[in-house]
Design a protein around this ligand. Structure first.
Ligand SMILES: NC(=[NH2+])NCCC[C@H](N)C(=O)O
Length: 298
């Protein structure tokens, strides 16, 4: 079968898990009585770094704040929308986390992005403005596809569209266990994606299925293995788990499935995609510019 690949997803930011704990519960998976093992967490995290490098990807590492146990989920630190080569005009949209427990993280991520040449934009400031968590957003096909509800607020979509001059396609998340869109949606190449309609309300589920020319539709049970919380490096899909049926379809499409055990991080409610933040998305190439912006809701 003919193999296409995403034009982004070769370069990632990750946060070294030096202070990974479960100190509070802000999603249904977190339980302060079930703490991750620090040594095993570190080993699994290194395994993920290795797997990305073996698939041909690059990883940049940021240290973790001692007071921010969820900072390991680097995907939520911000959304890179212009990640061209060093020296090019780079741009990141900082997250404005829903939960105050996570707001310190952005204060550490901002100087890192600035030092790497990224100009920062806000959808909102700490405590003011709409919430936006980057784990809800994907540059895919003709738009920035953004989940809203549990974390990102609907008002944030308008800001994203007008500030970035892009089309934003909003999808309303209703499933408490898929509180970020990246637990229910995983673009594989420019026409294929894993999608779990049961994460969304009826109209949004229909809109997502209409958007994906060749969907790999996941049942709720399949998605709750976190199999959609995967990343694609070229034609390799790095996955925390893969139901047999899902593996068969991916391999039939020409992808290589590599399983990476990050089970300790499931205790915080995140997996492979949550631990990695793509730095190489480029507006104009991966995300068409639309003057003035546009928000499409189902
Ligand atoms: N991109 C993601 N889905 N990240 C998962 C974040 C997990 C983190 N404990 C939270 O609830 O915010």
């Amino acid at each position: 079968m003919e193999q296409h690949t995403l034009s982004w997803g070769r370069r990632y930011l990750m946060v070294e898990p030096d202070h990974f704990r479960v100190d509070y519960a802000i999603n249904p998976y977190m339980d302060v009585r079930d703490q991750p093992d620090p040594a095993l967490s570190r080993e699994q995290w290194r395994g993920l770094v290795e797997a990305i490098r073996s698939a041909g990807g690059e990883v940049e590492v940021l240290g973790q704040r001692a007071d921010s146990p969820d900072m390991v989920y680097a995907m939520n630190l911000g959304l890179v929308v212009d990640g061209g080569p060093a020296g090019a005009d780079r741009r990141v949209v900082h997250s404005h986390m829903r939960h105050p427990e996570r707001r310190r993280e952005t204060r550490t991520a901002q100087p890192w992005f600035a030092a790497h040449g990224f100009a920062g934009t806000y959808v909102g400031r700490d405590g003011v403005g709409a919430h936006f968590e980057a784990g809800d957003a994907f540059a895919w096909r003709d738009a920035l596809v953004v989940g809203y509800g549990p974390r990102t607020e609907e008002l944030g979509l308008k800001h994203l569209a007008t500030e970035l001059d892009v089309r934003v396609r909003g999808l309303r998340i209703t499933h408490p266990g898929m509180y970020h869109l990246d637990l229910a949606f995983c673009p594989l190449d420019e026409t294929r994606a894993m999608v779990c309609p049961s994460a969304l309300d009826e109209a949004s589920a229909a809109a997502l299925l209409a958007l994906v020319p060749e969907p790999l539709v996941l049942t709720e049970e399949e998605a709750l293995t976190f199999c959609a919380n995967s990343i694609v490096v070229g034609s390799t899909v790095l996955m925390p788990a893969v139901p047999d049926r899902v593996r068969a379809q991916l391999e039939d499409w020409g992808f290589e499935v590599v399983l990476v055990d990050v089970g300790e991080f499931h205790k915080g409610g995140g997996s492979v995609r949550c631990l990695t933040n793509p730095l190489d998305v480029v507006r104009g190439r991966d995300l068409p510019r639309v003057a003035g912006g546009e928000v499409l809701l189902p």
